[in-house]
Design a protein around this ligand. Structure first.
Ligand SMILES: [Zn+2]
Length: 363
């Protein structure tokens, strides 16, 4: 999931061209875009989901020797399953034809239908080992343990325990997350996916999740960017109880590594296709540098604050006190990710307490 934090405010660069014009028009009309044939043997299938993103684009590849390969699957609901079936049907296929599924990252809108696809077709499911480790962990497979860890983590960021428990919600709501597919294949950086007829190279782009993958198709020059680079919004970069110590640094490093390329077209998992990866990565980097500056200012004005307190001092897409519970978790863990990067740059220090408070570093 990616909460809607528009990222265009800081350092707007103009060289991003929308190539998914039908997707963009549908967006403006608040509609779901059509299934599109992008090449003779490649399609995008929008699979609807709730929330501000509206849909995830599943990419379907016709494979040499028959069958289909997919990048991502859609939100794990009956409605999404029906839409995916209808989409595959409209290109002359079916879920039974799926031979391989590449999952960009572990979030429910990408991995959610993988288990159902595996049961329907016997397909393999591949992910990066870092995300596979999270999905397969004992904590992730046990809703009660997952909820307890999430509450403890929010408390460690300064949340009141009762409020954190209310924000996280009951373990009963987490059951479907804990039953997501554990991949049966792993793909590391530089490896090629087993999609006969294609040259899809895995590009490890940690940040949004520890094992996020993009896929560079070497025959066509297309880049499948998952949630790593989206044309309009900035993907949520948050600290988590199961994640890496400095996810924003991971993300900015991944952007920098990717920003040297200029693919023929970028095919993201949400919103619309575009051209101009270098400009877009520059824009996303500028957005985070702007946020880091804003956070540093908030710490100077409110030294000795917890991440929970600091989040309330930042600008969000709506007033802080109107933020709903789940969004508040994203906001606080995103603030914490920015704090961790400020700390690793030597700009802020924590008091090292059980619930650390943050102060500008002495200069
Ligand atoms: Zn997503």
């Amino acid at each position: 999931m990616v909460p809607a934090v528009p990222s265009g405010a800081a350092g707007r660069v103009q060289d991003v061209d929308i190539t998914g014009t039908a997707q963009h028009e549908a967006w403006l009309a608040r509609a779901i875009p059509p299934v599109e044939q992008l090449r003779g043997d490649l399609w995008s299938i929008p699979v609807p989901m709730g929330g501000p993103l509206r849909y995830v684009s599943v990419y379907a590849f016709a494979l040499d020797g028959g069958g289909l390969g997919l990048i991502d699957t859609g939100w794990g609901s009956d409605e999404s399953w029906t839409a995916l079936q209808a989409g595959l049907d409209s290109i002359g296929g079916s879920v039974a034809d799926v031979r391989g599924v590449l999952v960009t990252h572990l979030h429910y809108d990408h991995l959610g239908l993988a288990e159902r696809l595996r049961q329907a077709s016997g397909t393999w499911v591949a992910m990066h080992p870092a995300d596979a480790a999270v999905v397969g962990s004992a904590e992730h497979r046990d809703p009660a343990a997952f909820v307890a860890a999430e509450i403890d983590f929010l408390v460690s960021l300064g949340a009141d325990r009762d409020e954190a428990a209310a924000d996280v919600g009951p373990a009963e709501n987490m059951g479907h997350f804990s039953r997501m597919a554990v991949p049966d294949r792993l793909l590391t950086h530089g490896e090629h996916a087993d999609f006969p007829g294609w040259r899809l190279r895995a590009v490890h782009t940690p940040g949004h999740t520890p094992g996020h993958l993009c896929f560079h198709e070497e025959r066509t020059g297309l880049l499948f960017s998952g949630d790593h680079v989206l044309p309009r919004i900035s993907p949520n970069i948050s600290s988590t109880h199961s994640g890496t110590p400095d996810p924003l640094r991971d993300y900015l490093d991944s952007l920098a590594a990717m920003g040297t390329e200029e693919p023929a077209e970028v095919l993201p998992a949400h919103e619309w296709r575009f051209r101009g990866l270098r400009s877009r990565t520059a824009e996303l980097t500028a957005h985070h540098e702007h946020r880091l500056g804003e956070l540093l200012g908030a710490i100077r004005e409110n030294p000795g604050s917890t991440p929970w307190q600091l989040a309330a001092h930042l600008t969000w897409s709506r007033p802080w006190d109107q933020y709903e519970r789940r969004m508040r978790i994203f906001a606080v863990t995103e603030t914490d990710a920015h704090l961790r990067l400020l700390a690793s740059r030597g700009l802020v220090v924590s008091d090292g307490g059980t619930v650390p408070t943050w102060t500008p570093a002495a200069r």
